[in-house]
Write a protein that binds this ligand. Sequence first.
Ligand SMILES: CC(C)(COP(=O)(O)OP(=O)(O)OC[C@H]1O[C@@H](n2cnc3c(N)ncnc32)[C@H](O)[C@@H]1OP(=O)(O)O)[C@@H](O)C(=O)NCCC(=O)NCCS
Length: 188
Amino acid sequence: MLPPPQIRWIEHAEDPARNGVIDLYCAVFAEAPYFEKHDLQDVERHTWCRFAQHGLVVAEHHDRVVGFACAIPLTAHPDRTIPTFVAAQPDFSAEPSRTVYMAELGVSPAARGLGLGARLVDARLAWAHERGLRWFVMRTDPDQSLSARIYQRRGGTPLANLQDLGMVAGSNSRYRRFWWGPTQRPGT
Ligand SMILES: CC(C)(COP(=O)(O)OP(=O)(O)OC[C@H]1O[C@@H](n2cnc3c(N)ncnc32)[C@H](O)[C@@H]1OP(=O)(O)O)[C@@H](O)C(=O)NCCC(=O)NCCS
């Protein structure tokens, strides 16, 4: 049996996982329901470099990147529509300043269905908890999310209102559902 992928945190933007993460990001978000087209340099600037300064975790199998996930304190998110929208929701009752935003999550198609997405989510929940962030928020497609179940099983609750992204990033998925819930102590 093959060993499971190794999970590790990126510490600086010069890490050799850079190209693997960028290529995988473009591939997974080109799939349904998002059908996004991304420029490699934009992904490097806005995802890789940005999250390498906050929280970026990768899963590797024999040095090949097979998964990634990003995290950032909600109030530090440079896209101000995200903390503004969340803080205005009547059914969001956590403290924004103690909330982590669970940003991108992707697993290569060949590695799916084996629990890797869940491991990457757990790694981020523990990372956030260690930093005093007691709640998480994430957003996803409202109807065809492949990730919502992972968060639901970890105590996540959907917010009632949808965010309308307009035609951002050429995504075919225009609306986003936010989920929020507790972070977790490492090892729980
Ligand atoms: C979402 C994604 C990261 C899940 O990765 P994964 O490694 O397959 O997830 P896991 O194996 O940990 O599965 C986690 C749970 O989701 C369920 N799940 C996974 N894929 C599913 C699918 N296609 N349809 C329905 N449920 C699915 C699993 O059954 C599991 O539920 P369980 O704990 O009740 O058994 C992966 O499908 C992906 O990269 N998708 C494309 C990018 C994307 O949609 N990212 C999320 C944006 S918000």
